[in-house]
Design a protein around this ligand. Structure first.
Ligand code: MG
Length: 208
């Protein structure tokens, strides 16, 4: 490349500069994208279908599953039909961070891993703490460059907690199934957007 009037020396210099810039860009590429924090259950994964598979003795069956006496299902069948296509598209513009709440972290790790989505994610946080605090600490860890970050969750409580700690994060509540009025009781912060599926999330994120 280069023009005929450019000398060999400067051509090399330009090449080196380009390489340097390019590798610098690649090295920090992940940090240059805004973060999209993603809930797992009832956002990416149809937890109610999984519970239906577990049946009435849910806790006994979970013990059997973790202990190996019950053969595990194919967890990928519980991903919503729009989940994989969504992750593949969203990761082009966003750093995808799964932020999932769990008391039983062993089961949650299993669900997340065996659903097959990990290669599409940049980071996975499984926690029993407030999601707002987890997100704030995560952004501090990666060195928040001040992008407009976003968060998707189906639970109004998680949306409210996220907004309370991180007012600048765009919150999207996904309503796969209609919620009862109890789910909104006593909450302070409303989501910025309510969507019915992940395609709508995409439309919203790409609009900004
Ligand atoms: Mg959820």
């Amino acid at each position: 490349m280069g023009t005929p009037s450019v000398g060999i020396k400067s051509f090399h210099l330009d090449t080196m500069n380009f390489r340097y810039e390019n590798s610098y860009f690649l090295g920090s590429y992940m940090h240059r994208k805004p973060v999209l924090f993603l809930d797992f259950d009832r956002t990416l994964f149809d937890t109610d279908q999984f519970y239906a598979w577990l049946g009435e003795d849910r806790f006994g069956r979970i013990l059997g599953l973790m202990g190996g006496s019950i053969e595990a299902p194919d967890f990928s069948v519980y991903l919503y039909p729009d989940t994989l296509a969504f992750l593949k598209t969203a990761r082009k513009t966003h750093r995808l961070v799964l932020l999932t709440y769990a008391i039983n972290t062993m089961l949650q790790r299993r669900k997340v891993r065996d659903s097959g989505i990990i290669p599409l994610l940049d980071d996975v946080i499984i926690s029993s703490r407030d999601k707002g605090i987890e997100a704030k600490e995560y952004l501090a860890r990666i060195g928040d460059p001040g992008w407009e970050h976003a968060f998707i969750d189906d639970a109004p409580k998680n949306i409210s907690e996220m907004k309370a700690v991180n007012p600048d994060i765009i919150t999207l509540r996904i309503e796969r199934v209609p919620l009862s009025a109890d789910a909104f009781h006593g909450l302070i912060h409303e989501p910025d957007v309510v969507v019915k599926d992940l395609n709508e999330v995409l439309q919203h994120l790409l609009k900004e």
